[in-house]
Design a protein around this ligand. Structure first.
Ligand code: HPA
Ligand code: ZN
Length: 314
């Protein structure tokens, strides 16, 4: 591991449910009497081979079925914060998927209580400042999102913004215009996944129609010069996730990853882990992968780390 990675950094794109390690998944299944399709950790890990985003999402939604109680959400969150502390993360703005839990009959209070207790404890024990950004599932309707938004507002003091995730193709940002207008009125910070599998036009929509302040992924902007200039000029952060992109075949090879080219064009690129339990590593492993494959210099790594601190919300 490179020395430069010891610098304090922010992680801005990590789905808590995607930090559920196979070992914990089995432990929680046992604790909650839930039967699993796979018979062992090794067998489960064998299933972690994905040709695209949807194949991953199917397994990710299955995996989170073991999360049932406040204690489960506490354990999940605290384990992630311990791991990121080892990677010198001092700020983390963490995603979670409220609709995926509501659909399974889990109350928002259960989710929020478990997660926020872990955040409070980690502030004291690990000196990490962690915040929450609930993401809306874009494969569901905007009406479902608006209803969920109303439920979330009962917990307004526990999150800083909203995001948009799940199956991108066929679910453009414009589908959620009313939701993002409502969130803006509540002074919430706004982010959205865009340009992971979707075209550059989805990134334009996220900026111009939803008014987002950071783009999650954004790989496809490299195809649009005008868009790159706009994102650089407005200092819109790009929360990129190299190991995720490799696992979901968003890039054919990490040597073709867009991060360095975009950084050199003045875009506020940051590196993040997305779903670390599924994609083979936490945030520093994502930096190290690009150090190895794109031969990033210490100066470039420091620039990426500084960007993470510049575009964080908290
Ligand atoms: N993309 C979209 N939705 C997600 C992802 C992702 O990388 N991870 C968890 N939900
Ligand atoms: Zn993501």
């Amino acid at each position: 591991m490179s020395e430069v990675l010891k610098k304090p950094k922010a992680e801005l794109h990590m789905h808590l449910e995607g930090s559920l390690e196979p070992e914990m998944l089995f432990k929680l299944a046992k604790r909650n009497n839930i039967s699993l399709k796979h018979n062992s950790v090794a067998e489960l890990k064998q299933a972690y081979k994905f040709n695209n985003l949807q194949e991953f999402l199917d397994i990710y939604y299955q995996g989170m079925s073991v999360l049932q109680t406040e204690q489960d959400f506490f354990d999940l969150t605290y384990a992630y914060l311990e791991k990121s502390h080892q990677d010198n993360v001092v700020f983390s703005e963490m995603f979670f998927d409220p609709q995926a839990h509501l659909e399974r009959g889990i109350k928002l209070a259960t989710v929020f209580n478990g997660i926020t207790q872990a955040i409070t404890q980690a502030k004291t024990t690990l000196n990490i400042t962690a915040s929450l950004i609930p993401c809306f599932l874009r494969h569901l309707s905007e009406d479902n999102a608006l209803h969920t938004f109303d439920l979330l507002m009962d917990h307004r003091d526990k999150f800083i913004g909203i995001g948009l995730d799940s199956s991108e193709l066929g679910n453009p940002p414009s589908k959620f215009k009313r939701l993002f207008d409502k969130a803006r009125n509540e002074k919430l910070r706004l982010v959205a996944h865009a340009g992971e599998e979707g075209p550059a036009s989805y990134v334009w929509e996220a900026i111009d129609i939803l008014g987002i302040e950071r783009i999650d992924h954004g790989n496809s902007i490299l195809t649009d010069e005008t868009l790159i200039k706009r994102i650089a000029k407005d200092k819109i952060g790009l929360t990129m996730c190299p190991l995720s992109n490799q696992c979901l075949q968003v890039v054919s090879d990490l040597q073709n990853h867009q991060a360095l080219t975009l950084l050199n064009q003045g875009v506020k690129v940051t590196l993040n882990s997305d779903d670390p339990a599924y994609f083979g590593g936490y945030v520093n492993a994502n930096y190290q992968a690009l150090i190895d494959e794109l031969k990033l210099t210490d100066q470039e790594v420091s620039h990426l780390i500084q960007n993470s601190l510049d575009v964080k919300f908290v």
